[in-house]
Design a protein. Sequence first.
Lengths: 113, 118
Amino acid sequence: DTEVTQTPKHLVMGMTNKKSLKCEQHMGHRAMYWYKQKAKKPPELMFVYSYEKLSINESVPSRFSPECPNSSLLNLHLHALQPEDSALYLCASSQDSRSYEQYFGPGTRLTVT
Amino acid sequence: AQSVTQLGSHVSVSEGALVLLRCNYSSSVPPYLFWYVQYPNQGLQLLLKYTTGATLVKGINGFEAEFKKSETSFHLTKPSAHMSDAAEYFCAVRPWFAGGTSYGKLTFGQGTILTVHP
């Protein structure tokens, strides 16, 4: 199984809402990543988890809060977002954070109204 | 520091024609190089990668790329385009060692949208 799954597929939320994005992999990977992709732009790294510990935070605003409850799951908690946060949020995983091959999920299309 | 430049944000070819998508990189250390494909509203799929060894790398769907160190290039080619190849393609680089702030970090080019005409 080389699949990374993400839920929900689409999410519309108001600026005062709290929501969460979920990512799951069952490949035994120990590194997981969140990327943000705006329309017609490449993905931008947000966070890296290595062995369930946050190892990289690319200066992401605190309204985005990642969580890695176990080695298979990665969440992104969203609170008080702005319309400019509307984007495709991609999760990826790799064997570990030194591994060069990352497997991407299909993404969650987030719209903030 | 590392960066990736993809020449041409849009490339249009006829079905059956050669596909050539250009990628040049800048890296202070020997890099790993990748091509990813992204279909509309989907995630990224790895097409091929160069790590070490043979500089001509074959990937999925008939694509291949050649690492040319002297030209700092990693252009993607396919001899005969198919309608199903229409997508956005991203070249990406990461250093061959993972340490410090470059730990696990892929740097992507701006992407090239490939259109295939019948």
